[in-house]
Design a protein around this ligand. Sequence first.
Ligand code: BGC
Length: 330
Amino acid sequence: MRKLPLLLVAALLALSLSNGRGAAAEPYQIAVIPKGTTHEYWKAVQAGAIKAERELNAAGVPVHVIWKGPLKEDDREQQIQVVENFIGRRVSAIVISPLDANSLVAPLATAVQGKIPVVTIDSGLNSPLVSCYVATDNHEGGRVAARTLAGLVGPAGRVMMLRNATGSANTEEREEGFLEAMRQEFPGIKLVSTDQHGGVTRDNAYRTGQNLLNRFGREIDGVFACNQPTTAGMLLALRDAGLGGGKVKFVGFDTGVVELAALKAGDVSALMVQDPFGMGYLGVKNAVAVLRGEPVKKVIDTGVTVVTRANLDEPAIHDLVNPPLDQFLK
Ligand code: BGC
């Protein structure tokens, strides 16, 4: 057998080591890593990622999406391990919602050093290493939530805010945006409590909500909760305290079966709705674009919409709050 020229051998070896693709025809392996796997929110992200996978495959760009994340959204170690495992498997690219903006920097830097590009979705990373960031403008989302709640409680209302978890960039941005708009635009509104964290589960948020309402329930007109589990937990607490039905105006963030039913029932006044389906979809699309050397935008804003009983039946809102999960997750 003739010996292959040394240069050709080196080129073939480099190809086989590059981006998880053993040969040109093998699919790009795109690891999609949510903050956690328990909340309904992530189903829409996963469905969007699969839509992108199917479209790319149909267009002749072989792609395989691998979905894996930690169970709980405060388990930094587990999310880091998931990243490290994917680096070990030599995936082609990582699409991730970092559950902590700082703790994930080092493992993701290792990925990028190993020529595995990183696209963040949903929540930011404190690092310029990211090729593309696809998310809500969360600071603005918090400001819009403040204006929505202010409109419901009036210029001399008394409100409180339930925080999520420390280190989570997107919810911290919402919290800051909310407080900033309240202070700048509605100086007459009294901020009764703004420093309590509901944590990453509905049950924890429920307990925090109960404590807050025990203390301040009689003196508040409105509440803001900044993501899905805090909204679900606060909803239960308001109902328990007999403050549902709009007695205390309640603005939550995100939708799900429970939140939508509560909006229809009048226990939630408004929901700030993100586009998690779009985040999953654009996350994978942009990761593949990076791998193919195509230009990508550094930041993509997927938008946030105020959903109330009044606009729930508009076709665009209907589609936003009912992403086609069955079509992509079955
Ligand atoms: C946030 C996600 C979070 C989810 C569930 C959403 O509002 O954007 O980052 O993981 O709520 O907690």
